[in-house]
Design a protein around this ligand. Structure first.
Ligand SMILES: C[S@@+](CC[C@H](N)C(=O)[O-])C[C@H]1O[C@@H](n2cnc3c(N)ncnc32)[C@H](O)[C@@H]1O
Length: 195
């Protein structure tokens, strides 16, 4: 069930103690039949196409920024509209991760019994640093979209919006009102792409 994550050289500003991975790692809580749906016939260690993602991790230094003191994800070159930027890589899991702020919903079984997320709290790639647009820009310039990669594996990915993104601009999405609502009453839940 476990797949050894492919590690490689971490990018600048990657925090110490956090594992940098370039392909999804599967936790033992994901049932085999669900694994087969998420990654049908994918060989162990298959790399995805993030190796040249047009992004850079930067510390947020502006005191007016709501994530001041943390990091954000920025465009390292001009990104055209409606373009795949980077897959959100992390640990694919089916157990509860209510305490993670890096956990996205990835897949729900037809009978609603199994909820699969991708959690980048302890291992992930640059995409884990994408901030929510609130307090940063009037609206998001990117969004999370669930797509299958060329290898057939299901991923949550970051895509640019209708206006594209200028070089140097912060890439921001909407985590969804539900994500913020859950945190304002002290309960965490997976981010979605609504609102
Ligand atoms: C997925 S992480 C984003 C990366 C994070 N800034 C970091 O350096 O690890 C989500 C966390 O970033 C912060 N964050 C992201 N967008 C924010 C916003 N618009 N306002 C305030 N905090 C934000 C919150 O602390 C949130 O729990």
């Amino acid at each position: 069930m476990h797949r050894t994550p492919s590690r490689s050289h971490a990018p600048p500003h990657w925090p110490p103690g956090l594992m940098y991975i370039q392909s999804q790692c599967y936790h033992a809580s994901v049932p085999a039949k669900i694994c087969a749906v998420i990654r049908p016939g994918i060989a162990s260690g298959t790399l995805n196409s993030n190796s040249r993602a047009p992004v850079i991790i930067r510390p947020v230094t502006a005191a007016s920024h709501p994530a001041h003191g943390q990091f954000g994800l920025f465009a390292s070159k001009k990104i055209p509209p409606r373009t795949h930027i980077i897959d959100y890589i992390g640990e694919v899991h089916a157990d509860e991760r209510t305490d993670s702020d890096y956990d996205l919903s990835l897949y729900r079984s037809n009978d609603g019994q199994v909820n699969v997320g991708v959690d980048a709290r302890t291992m992930g790639n640059e995409a884990r640093f994408v901030n929510d647009y609130r307090g940063i820009r009037a609206k998001p310039n990117a969004e999370f979209l669930e797509k299958r990669s060329a290898s057939g594996e299901l991923h949550m990915s970051v895509w640019s919006g209708n206006e594209g993104i200028k070089k140097g601009e912060e890439i921001v999405v909407s985590y969804g009102k539900g994500w913020w609502r859950a945190r304002s009453c002290g309960q965490a839940s997976g981010a979605d792409s609504q609102g």
